[in-house]
Design a protein around this ligand. Structure first.
Ligand code: FAD
Length: 468
């Protein structure tokens, strides 16, 4: 769909400087290039005409009033670490970067709540709350991401089995509507049955409904001990089959990851070192926390028994903080490693976790039919499967041509297993062509009606998730 917007002129830039302050407006070449894409593997660049970096909610409000009146597209941006093209300004216009709204406003140790501006990074939040003896337990992979970006994508990550995803930790937020009006939802309390829940509607809306300016986050305390186990298997089916039984044990693990041999070899090459048991076909990696070390070891002993029934070779528990960190580091490097290996696409389908093995078997069949290898790994404990169609033994041009029909078959398979197109990265622009595989017209129409209610002039992150 084609949108008609006002182009940003030098006069408009002068007005923006009055609205948000001269120092917070940039048209420099390096800024507009740097804000033209995110970290999606096939990220396309779309150049904004201007980047603004407001320092307070009132400036965002004035900016959106102006952009609405003039009909200029505004694309909110956190740290640009998204993986679906969500913060790419596909209609050009203004990029609204939240990087200068990066203050932790309050850590309430009695109510276990942190109130932060949306541009605070995940690493800054974690450092600050941990220095107060509390913890924000989510770990959505990339610590330079902002809390606003995490909220807009409903980020998940490795700790989701025990702690859930971003939406389970947001108690309330302040947001600016495209009209410039400011709304506040929720509060420093856990229960609320007071009207429609706009907090939860804005979470996962990928910057299409409102600009989140500040957030109240639920904190917790962290158990004293943490350990990781790496379990090599003779095949992936056995590894996945062990998961439901592991989850029936009384203690809940923080996360359960699965991976195939191929990704282990790619990450070894990237890191320039060998990983333990690297020649086995498949692996589970289980992260566990408890108050006592003995509780963790008892738990892993039960896990070992279950896994051996499903073809596990051994269970490796690093035993030192350094060795544990090395193992987790290797897992965290999967995405940069595979991007360095070959051109890839990234699919983050979620299926019911009991279906992962059957789903991956189907994907291997689809991969053969399309003659494109697909590497699989992901969050076995919550059903979130990351798939990378890889460009090998053909030109990138040919691969790019073959990719859309392959992706259509992959997404259709995911939905047929009771799954969803995206488990944690969002739709952005990358997955937009595939949304109708999951959602019928009635569902999509409600989404569009919600978008129109928030943003009647369609200025906020237009062209993301769906076309109006
Ligand atoms: C190496 C690597 C590993 C990753 N691992 C994981 C993982 O395990 N799990 C996971 O879930 N994600 C993962 N990600 C993806 C990424 O970190 C998340 O999507 C993150 O939530 C994006 O935050 P950001 O600040 O970078 O947002 P951006 O990329 O800047 O923006 C993402 C979306 O949020 C919107 N947005 C940003 N700020 C606001 C705001 N204040 N108000 C309204 N809308 C806003 C944007 O318009 C866009 O639609 C990974 C990324 C990388 C590079």
């Amino acid at each position: 769909m084609k949108y008609e917007y006002t182009r940003v002129t030098p006069e408009i830039i002068t007005e923006l400087a009055i609205i948000v302050g001269r120092d917070n407006v940039s048209t420099s070449e390096s800024d507009i290039q740097g804000y033209s894409h995110d970290e999606a593997p096939l990220a396309q660049s779309h150049i904004p005409q201007v980047v603004v970096r407001p320092t307070d909610t009132a400036s965002i409000s004035r900016l959106l009033v102006f952009a609405s009146e003039r009909r200029i597209p505004v694309t909110p941006r956190g740290a640009g670490t998204g993986l679906s093209g969500g913060c790419t300004p596909i209609c050009n216009g203004i990029v609204l970067s939240m990087e200068r709204m990066n203050h932790i406003l309050r850590i309430d140790k009695d109510n276990f709540v942190a109130t932060v501006e949306a541009g605070v990074t995940l690493s800054e939040l974690q450092n600050q709350v941990e220095s107060q003896g509390l913890c924000y337990p989510l770990y959505p992979g990339e610590m330079t991401a902002t809390i606003g970006g995490n909220i807009a994508t409903n980020a998940g990550g490795m700790n989701a089995v025990k702690y859930g995803v971003t939406r389970h930790h947001v108690l309330g937020l302040e947001a600016v509507l495209p009209s410039g009006e400011i709304i506040k939802s929720g509060g420093e309390f856990v229960k609320c049955s007071t009207g429609y829940d706009l907090t939860q509607l804005i979470i996962g809306s990928e910057g299409t409904l409102a600009v989140v300016s500040s957030v109240m986050l639920k904190l917790t305390t962290r158990p004293a001990k943490r350990e990781v186990a790496l379990i090599p298997f003779t095949n992936l089916q056995g590894a996945i089959d062990a998961v439901p039984q592991i989850l029936r044990l009384k203690m809940v693990p923080v996360g359960i990851e699965f991976m195939e041999k191929s990704i282990i070899h790619i990450v070894e090459k990237h890191l320039g070192k060998e990983l333990p048991y690297h020649d086995h076909e498949a692996f589970l990696m289980i992260i566990m926390e408890a108050e006592l070390e003995s509780q963790i070891y008892d738990y892993f002993s039960s896990v070992d028994q279950i896994c051996k029934q499903h073809g596990a070779i051994d269970i490796m528990i690093p035993g030192s903080k350094r060795a544990m960190r090395e193992l987790l580091d290797a897992r965290e490097k999967f995405y940069p490693a595979i991007r360095g290996f070959a051109p890839v696409q990234l699919v983050d389908i979620v299926v019911p976790r009991s279906e992962i093995a059957r789903f991956i078997a189907r994907i291997k069949k689809i991969s053969k039919e399309h003659n494109i290898p697909v590497i699989a790994y992901g969050h076995a404990g919550d059903g979130n499967v990351h798939l990378h169609p890889v460009c090998v033994d053909m030109s990138k041009e040919e691969w790019l041509k073959k990719l859309p029909p392959l992706l259509k078959d992959i997404y259709s398979a995911g939905v047929s297993f009771g799954g969803a197109i995206s488990g944690e990265h969002g739709i952005g622009c990358d997955k937009k062509p595939y949304l109708a595989i999951q959602m019928n017209a009635a569902y999509l129409n409600i989404l569009k009606a919600v978008k129109r209610a928030f943003d009647p002039r369609n200025i906020l992150n237009p062209g993301k998730i769906f076309d109006l």
